[in-house]
Each structure stands twice: as structure tokens, then as C-alpha cells.
Design a protein around this ligand. Structure first.
Ligand code: FES
Length: 144
């Protein structure tokens, strides 16, 4: 399998070298080391980086990406079916986020016209009055 140096991998993936080091520290990609202790990446690292960047763009946490990558083979380039199976694991989470954002979009229009941010009634400030279940008083003061 063709190997890439860190500069070439970063350039072809469209990321900074520091991003490769970060992804490696997070266990998302792996490198081999030359006798001179230089990093070398298998060519399929480019696809992994692309998946990482897309996942970040849609809000999938890096830990979820790491877990999904753990199901892929390390010793060879994953097949199309293996990539598809991995992305299927995110389908339910993506649909939940889409529903959440759609609801937010619809409620945001109402709230822009209102502006009350009522803790009892506003679905943006306190969706479903969930804070009431946590007890009385200023529930959010500890968040700051
Ligand atoms: S700002 Fe009034 S209901 Fe959300």
C-alpha cells in the first residue's frame, strides 16, 4: 500500500499538519514511523480524514467517530460495504438531530416575534419546561 508523509497527507486531505497530529492523539488515525521517526500514513488515511471532517461538520462527536472507526479493519483499506455499515451507525443520531433542528427552526420563528424567553412557556429558553423537573429556583446559575 502506498504511504504518505505527514506533509503530503495534510496537503491532500486539506487539513493542517497539526490536525493530523490531533486526530492521531484522539485515536482516529494511525501512523507508522520510519527509522528516522517520521510519520507515514497509509493512503486510506485520506478517506478517514474526509469522514472525520464531514462528521465534525454535522456535529458528530469525535469519540463517536473513533468508536465507528474501531469497527473498521486496521490492516487494510475498508471496503465500500464496510464504510456504508459504519455510516449506518450514525443514521439514528443524525435523524434525531435533524428533528431537533427542524423543531428549533420552527420555534425560533415564533420566538423572534415574541422575545419573552419565558421559563414557563418558551420552547427555546426551557423546552417542554424540563427545568421544572429539576426542582425550584434558579436551575441554570450553576451552568455559568
Ligand atoms: S421568546 Fe416568547 S415563547 Fe419563546
Amino acid at each position: 500500500m502506498r504511504e504518505l508523509g505527514v506533509g503530503e497527507a495534510a496537503k491532500r486531505a486539506g487539513v493542517a499538519v497539526s490536525a493530523l497530529h490531533f486526530y492521531e492523539r484522539k485515536g482516529l488515525i494511525r501512523s507508522l514511523r520510519t527509522a528516522g521517526n517520521q510519520r507515514r500514513y497509509a493512503a486510506d488515511v485520506l478517506r478517514r480524514i474526509a469522514v472525520i471532517r464531514v462528521a465534525q461538520r454535522v456535529g458528530i462527536p469525535l469519540e463517536a467517530v473513533r468508536q465507528a472507526f474501531a469497527a473498521l479493519p486496521d490492516e487494510r483499506t475498508p471496503t465500500r460495504d464496510e464504510w456504508a455499515a459504519m455510516s449506518d451507525t450514525w443514521r439514528a443520531e443524525l435523524e434525531r438531530r435533524i428533528a431537533q433542528l427542524t423543531g428549533l427552526r420552527d420555534k425560533l420563528t415564533e420566538c423572534i416575534g415574541c422575545g419573552c424567553l419565558s421559563m414557563a412557556a418558551c420552547s427555546l429558553a426551557n423546552p417542554g419546561d424540563l427545568l421544572a423537573a429539576e426542582g425550584a429556583g434558579p436551575r441554570r446559575l450553576g451552568d455559568r
